[in-house]
Design a protein around this ligand. Structure first.
Ligand code: IVH
Length: 718
C-alpha cells in the first residue's frame, strides 16, 4: 500500500514544478531561484524512483529520455494541417486585396461594418500539432504533407515551453493595457464572452494545438558556437547550421531524443486542430482572438505581438510596424498573418484546395538567398585595415540588391571557407551589412582554392602584417598608401602633431578627392590657385591655410614622430623616443633591441616602429618632408637624464583654474611623469580641479594623493 502522504506530496511537487516551468519558459518571469526548482525536481525524482507505479508520462521529470528510434512512425491528422495563401504584394495592396476578397465572399457591401481580424507574426519554424487527451500531452506530429505527418513526440517533450499537462487553473490573463505580453489594439472588438471577462476555459477531453516550433536567434548562435567547438576538437559528423529554421528542423527530426534535448527549441501556439469538449459543454469561444487567450490560459506561449485589427488600413499599419521591428525580435519571422477573427465567419468562408479563405500570409522580403561568389577582393580601410570582401552575382535579399558581402578578416574567411565559384547563402537583415552565412559544400567546383590573405597591400604594395593577438592584417605603408591618405594627412595636421590650423576632415577629403594632395609632402607644395578651386576657400581662408601650413614647418621632434601616425606610437611614446634618441635618424635606424630600452616601448611598439621605417616608401616621405623645410631642433641623446617626477603616474580630472588639461599634461611630462587616463592602484597622484567626479572618489578610495593645480606646480618646481 502506498502511503497517502506520498501520493499527495508527489501531486503537489508536480503542480509546483509545472507552475514554475510555465513562469520560466512561457512568461519569462522565473518564480523561484534555479536552485529551488532543482531541489523540488530532485525530490520528485526520488519519490518516483522509490514508487515507480506512480510515474506518469506528464510528470515534469519525463521531458528527456527514451531510446533512439530507427524511424518515426506516421500520424494521420484527423483535421488536416493547412497552408496559407501568400501575398507578396506591397504593404498596402497585399492587405487591401485580402480584405476586399473576404468582403466579397461574405457578400458585404460598402454599407456593412468593417471585418474584424487578428494579425499575427508568421514564424519561420516548422508547424507542429500537439495532441492532448484529458489534459495530458500524448502526441506531437509534424505537418508532413498536411494529411500525414511524423510522430516526433519524444523530441517535442524536451521543449520547456510546451506543457506536458494542460493548466487546469488559468494563470491570470493580462487585459488590454496591462504590459505588452498580449497587446490589444484600441479598436479591438471583443466577443460578448470576452467582454464579460470569462477567463477560465474548461479543458477539452481532446485538444490538438497547432503552432510553430522554432529556435531563438541567441539559442541558434550558442548552438553553432558549441558545434564549432566540437568541429575544432575533431569530433566527426558534426556541422554548423545555416539558420535557426534549419537547426530547428534538424532537432525535431533527430532520432535520438537525448541529442534533440541539447538543441534549444521554443514554441508559439496559433491555432487549433481537433477538439472535443467534455460531455454537455458548448463551444467555449467564438473568435480566434479568444481561442488564443484560451491557449494562453492552458499554458501555451502566444506571441506578444498578436493584435486585433479591423479593415485594411489597420492590417497595413500592422505590417509596417512589425516590418520595422523585425530585426529586433529574438526570433526570425518571414511575414505576418491576417486571420478573420470570427470563427463563425471563418466557417462560412471555408477553403479552396488546402488554403483557408479566411487567412492570408503577407510576407516580407526574404533575408536569405542563394548566390555565387564571383571573386574575393581585399579592401583597404582608412586606417590600413585589410578586409576580404566576397563579390557576388547580384541577388535581391532583405529588400535590396546585394553584390558584396564582407568576410571581415582572415579567420572569418577561413572559418566560413568561402572560395571563388562557391554557391553561398547570403543574409541581409535590416540595415546590417550583408553577410555570407555559409557555403553549400555540395556545389563547390573542383579545384576551387582556399582563400589566403595577401601579404602585401593591394593598394600600395607595402607589406601587410598581422600582429599577434590581432584579427586584422594592416598595410604598413601608412604615409604612402592611397587608401590611408586622408587619415594620414589629418593625423599629421592634428593639433598635437605638427598642427596645421584650419585643416579639417572636410577640407582633406576635398583635397585628396580632387587629387591636389597625394602624400604629405604635397601639403608643402600647395599654392593659392590650387586652393582657391576648392569649396569655401575664398582668398582669405586660402591665405590663412597657407600661413598655417608654413607655420607648421617649424615643429618639434616628438610632434613630428607622433604625426607620422605609426601604429601604437602615441604622443607619450613619441616624446620618450625623442628624449631617448635625440634625433630622428637615430630613431629610424634603431634596432628592436635598442628600441626596447626606451621607457614606454614594449615589444609590440618596437616591432611596429621597425616595420614602419623598413618600408622604403615611408622613409622617402620623411625625407621629402625634411626637404620641404619641415624642421625641428635635434638634441643629444638623453639616455640617463632623471627628472623630478620620473616613474610617477598622474591622472588629471576636473577643470583646473589656470591651465588647460593639455598644458598640465605637457608640464608633467616635461618633468618625467606619465599621464594616464584612469585611476588605478598604479596611480601616484590625482591632479584634481573643480567638478571632479568619479575619478576623485576612486582616488580617495584607493588612498591616492590628490593635488590641486598649485600643489602640482610646487611639486614640479621641487
Ligand atoms: S495558421 C489555417 N499562423 O505558415 C492556416 N501559420 O503556410 C494554418 N505559420 O507551415 C496556419 N506562423 O507553420 C498560421 N501565425 C501563424 C503562423 C503560421 C507561421 C506557418 C505554418 C505553416 C505555414 C502556413
Amino acid at each position: 500500500m502506498l502511503p497517502q502522504s506520498v501520493v499527495s506530496r508527489i501531486d503537489e511537487l508536480r503542480q509546483q514544478l509545472h507552475a514554475h516551468a510555465h513562469s520560466y519558459y512561457v512568461l519569462d518571469e522565473p518564480s523561484v531561484p534555479d536552485a529551488e526548482y532543482d531541489r523540488l525536481f530532485k525530490e520528485l525524482q526520488q519519490f518516483e524512483a522509490q514508487y515507480p507505479e506512480l510515474l506518469t508520462p506528464d510528470s515534469p521529470t519525463q521531458r528527456v529520455g527514451g531510446k533512439a528510434l530507427d524511424a518515426f512512425s506516421s500520424v494521420r491528422h484527423k483535421v488536416p494541417m493547412l497552408s496559407i495563401r501568400t501575398e507578396t504584394d506591397t504593404e498596402a495592396s497585399g492587405a487591401r486585396n485580402f480584405d476586399t476578397r473576404v468582403r466579397k465572399e461574405l457578400g458585404l457591401t460598402d454599407k456593412d461594418p468593417p471585418v474584424q481580424y487578428v494579425a499575427e507574426l508568421k514564424f519561420d519554424g516548422l508547424a507542429m500539432s500537439l495532441r492532448y487527451e484529458n489534459g495530458v500531452l500524448v502526441q506531437a506530429a509534424t505537418r508532413g504533407d498536411g494529411e500525414t505527418g511524423e510522430d516526433v513526440t519524444q523530441n517535442i517533450r524536451t521543449i520547456g515551453q510546451i506543457p506536458l499537462r494542460l493548466h487546469p487553473h488559468p494563470s491570470p490573463l493580462p487585459q488590454a493595457g496591462e504590459g505588452d505580453r498580449f497587446a490589444v489594439s484600441p479598436l479591438n472588438s471583443l466577443s460578448p464572452r470576452e467582454r464579460a471577462g470569462v477567463r477560465a476555459y474548461p479543458i477539452p477531453s481532446v485538444l490538438e494545438v497547432r503552432g510553430e516550433v522554432y529556435m531563438r536567434r541567441d539559442d541558434f548562435e550558442a548552438l553553432n558556437d558549441r558545434q564549432r567547438a566540437k568541429i575544432a576538437q575533431g569530433i566527426k559528423g558534426e556541422k554548423t547550421f545555416v539558420n535557426p529554421r534549419n537547426a530547428a528542423a534538424g532537432a525535431v527530426r533527430q532520432l535520438d531524443p537525448n541529442i534533440a534535448a541539447q538543441r534549444p527549441l521554443s514554441f508559439f501556439a496559433y491555432g487549433l486542430g481537433e477538439m472535443t469538449l467534455p460531455a454537455g459543454r458548448r463551444p467555449v469561444f467564438e473568435t480566434h482572438f479568444e481561442l488564443l487567450q484560451a491557449l494562453k490560459s492552458w499554458g501555451f506561449p502566444v506571441a506578444a505581438q498578436t493584435e486585433c485589427a479591423q479593415a485594411a488600413p489597420e492590417l497595413i499599419a500592422y505590417h509596417q510596424r512589425i516590418g520595422k521591428m523585425r530585426d529586433t525580435l529574438p526570433f526570425d519571422i518571414d511575414g505576418v498573418v491576417y486571420k478573420v477573427n470570427s470563427l463563425g465567419l471563418q466557417k462560412q468562408l471555408g477553403f479552396v484546395t488546402r488554403e483557408p479563405r479566411w487567412a492570408v500570409a503577407h510576407k516580407y522580403p526574404a533575408q536569405e538567398q542563394l548566390t555565387t561568389v564571383i571573386g574575393i577582393d581585399v579592401q583597404v580601410g582608412r586606417t590600413g585595415k585589410l578586409t576580404p570582401v566576397a563579390k557576388l552575382a547580384p541577388v535581391f535579399v532583405g529588400g535590396v540588391t546585394v553584390t558584396n558581402a564582407t568576410l571581415h578578416n582572415e579567420d572569418e574567411a577561413r572559418r566560413k571557407d568561402v572560395r571563388v565559384g562557391d554557391t553561398v547563402f547570403v543574409r541581409r537583415a535590416g540595415d546590417v551589412i550583408p553577410e555570407v552565412v555559409s557555403v553549400v559544400q555540395g556545389k563547390r567546383l573542383p579545384g576551387a582554392e582556399m582563400f589566403t590573405m595577401p601579404r602585401v597591400c593591394p593598394v600600395c604594395g607595402s607589406s601587410a602584417v598581422r600582429e599577434d593577438d590581432e584579427a586584422d592584417y594592416r598595410c604598413t605603408g601608412g604615409l604612402f598608401c592611397g587608401a590611408q591618405r586622408k587619415e594620414a594627412i589629418l593625423h599629421f595636421a592634428h593639433r598635437r602633431a605638427v598642427e596645421i590650423d584650419g585643416l579639417g576632415d572636410k577640407l582633406v577629403e576635398q583635397m585628396v578627392d580632387a587629387n591636389i594632395i597625394r602624400t604629405l609632402p604635397d601639403l608643402y607644395k600647395l599654392g593659392l590657385s590650387a586652393l582657391s578651386a576648392l569649396d569655401r576657400m575664398a582668398g582669405k581662408s586660402a591665405a590663412n591655410l597657407l600661413a598655417a601650413i608654413e607655420a607648421s614647418k617649424q615643429t618639434t621632434l616628438p610632434r613630428f614622430v607622433f604625426g607620422l601616425g605609426i601604429r601604437h606610437v602615441g604622443e607619450t611614446t613619441a616624446k620618450e623616443l625623442a628624449r631617448h634618441f635625440g634625433e630622428l635618424d637615430a630613431i629610424m635606424d634603431a634596432s628592436e633591441e635598442q628600441l626596447l630600452t626606451v621607457s614606454d616601448v614594449g615589444p609590440v611598439v618596437a616591432k611596429s616602429l621597425r616595420t614602419f621605417f623598413d618600408q622604403p616608401h615611408n622613409r622617402e616621405v620623411v625625407e621629402q618632408l625634411r626637404a620641404c623645410g619641415v624642421t625641428w631642433e635635434e638634441g643629444e641623446p638623453a639616455l640617463v637624464t632623471q627628472h623630478a617626477l620620473s616613474g610617477k603616474t598622474f591622472v588629471i580630472t576636473g577643470t583646473l583654474p589656470g591651465l588647460s588639461r593639455d598644458e598640465a599634461k605637457d608640464i608633467l611630462e616635461a618633468h618625467g611623469a606619465k599621464v594616464a587616463g584612469s585611476v588605478s592602484k598604479k596611480t601616484d597622484y590625482l591632479l584634481a580641479g573643480t567638478d571632479a567626479g568619479s575619478k576623485l572618489d576612486k582616488a580617495k578610495e584607493l588612498g591616492i594623493t590628490v593635488l590641486d593645480e598649485a600643489a602640482m606646480l610646487a611639486l614640479v618646481q621641487g
